[in-house]
Design a protein around this ligand. Structure first.
Ligand code: FNR
Length: 181
């Protein structure tokens, strides 16, 4: 069974991104292992720390290394990905030559309360994942617009059609991950 790491771009308690991640995880085959990685407490990446990294960096890099594949769900902040998510990508990509992302299959989903579905954040993230050498599932693309109308106030996805769409994508990603690990 595949070990999935889940990374959410929002740090908000009632995040719609988190609810979407949970709806994707619900569609994975029974027995899949999933770990939600905490990116909130990582100090801003500083190359000076490569020689002697803080424990939070060391622990996070180990958590990434321990996963087989990743599910990313992100909102869009100012037409890009949130800084916390970019920071997490940077921390686990270094020191140079020791990136722990390489080769791990990825699924990208983006959401917005507006109609544009965070499409730019989705593709900014995909761009970094190309450089990080993570095979990323092309289809289906997961752009979720008007997420507040598809979810309750805790962020949980309540729209049945969206639940089915995300669960189907999870099954496809499980097949993709198994082929690409
Ligand atoms: C936003 N939001 C937003 N939405 C969008 O479609 N494009 C954007 O560029 C931005 N920019 C932006 C910047 C900042 C700082 C915030 C706080 C919000 C709205 C955002 O998509 C919406 O609040 C999401 O639902 C937040 O995701 P979570 O926290 O619910 O996962």
């Amino acid at each position: 069974m595949v070990k999935y790491g889940v990374i959410i771009g929002s740090l908000r308690k009632n995040s719609y991104s988190k609810g979407i991640a949970e709806a994707i995880v619900a569609g994975l085959p029974k027995g899949s292992e999933t770990s939600y990685l905490n990116i909130a407490d990582l100090p801003l990446y500083n190359q000076d720390f490569d020689a002697d990294s803080p424990k939070s960096y060391v622990d996070f890099r180990q958590q990434v290394a321990d996963q087989d594949a990743f599910i990313f769900v992100t909102p869009e902040y100012n037409r890009s990905i949130p800084a916390a998510l970019k920071n997490a990508l940077d921390v686990a990509s270094r020191p140079w030559g020791q990136s722990v992302w390489a080769g791990k299959p990825a699924l990208v989903a983006s959401q917005s309360i507006s109609g544009i579905s965070a499409v730019l954040a989705n593709h900014v993230l995909r761009q970094s994942l190309v450089f990080l050498d993570m095979p990323t599932m092309a289809q289906p693309e997961l752009y979720i617009g008007h997420s507040d109308q598809l979810s309750d106030e805790t962020g949980r996805v309540t729209n049945k059609g969206t639940q089915t769409f995300l669960a189907d994508a999870a099954k496809k990603f499980d097949e993709f991950a198994k082929k690409n690990i």
